[in-house]
Design a protein around this ligand. Structure first.
Ligand code: SME
Length: 137
């Protein structure tokens, strides 16, 4: 039997671990650049299914991170005008880019149903996760 895990299986396992370990991580997923197109495509995720499987660069929190190459911590999604709502229960969001050879190739996106839950600890932890993920892509 071939027990070797695919990259998507590994990414899904990371999503499951994060969502189940941290109570204010309620939707955890990866978006990746779709080839050379200026759009993101949804990868492995856990949480409510979303209609937003493709996000153009610049649109929403995720699309802005695709362009800025910067972390984006949103304590209150209702205060954002360039925001794509996936679920009305979501109060906050954090998006951390993933760099491979210095290129922003995707991101981890986490939604929270708790208002203003993310601290510098989440930022540093998720930067670490993204660095580890970059090694298996
Ligand atoms: N809220 C994101 C869209 C993705 S969903 O959170 C899964 C955004 O504004 O880009």
């Amino acid at each position: 039997t071939n027990t070797k895990k695919t990259t998507d299986e590994r990414l899904l396992a990371i999503c499951k671990l994060l969502e189940s370990s941290i109570d204010y991580y309620n939707w955890v997923g990866f978006y990746f650049r779709n080839g050379n197109k200026e759009e993101l495509i949804l990868g492995p995720y856990v949480g409510e299914p979303t209609d937003h499987t493709i996000i153009p660069f610049g649109k929403g929190i995720c699309g802005q991170v695709a362009v800025s190459n910067e972390n984006f911590v949103v304590p209150d999604v209702s205060a954002q005008d360039n925001y794509i709502a996936c679920s009305i229960t979501v109060k906050a969001e954090i998006v951390i880019p993933i760099f491979v050879n210095g290129k922003n190739i995707g991101q981890i996106d986490i939604d929270s149903n708790t208002p203003d839950p993310f601290s510098e600890k989440d930022v540093h932890f998720l930067e670490f996760v993204c660095n580890e993920v970059a090694k298996i892509l």
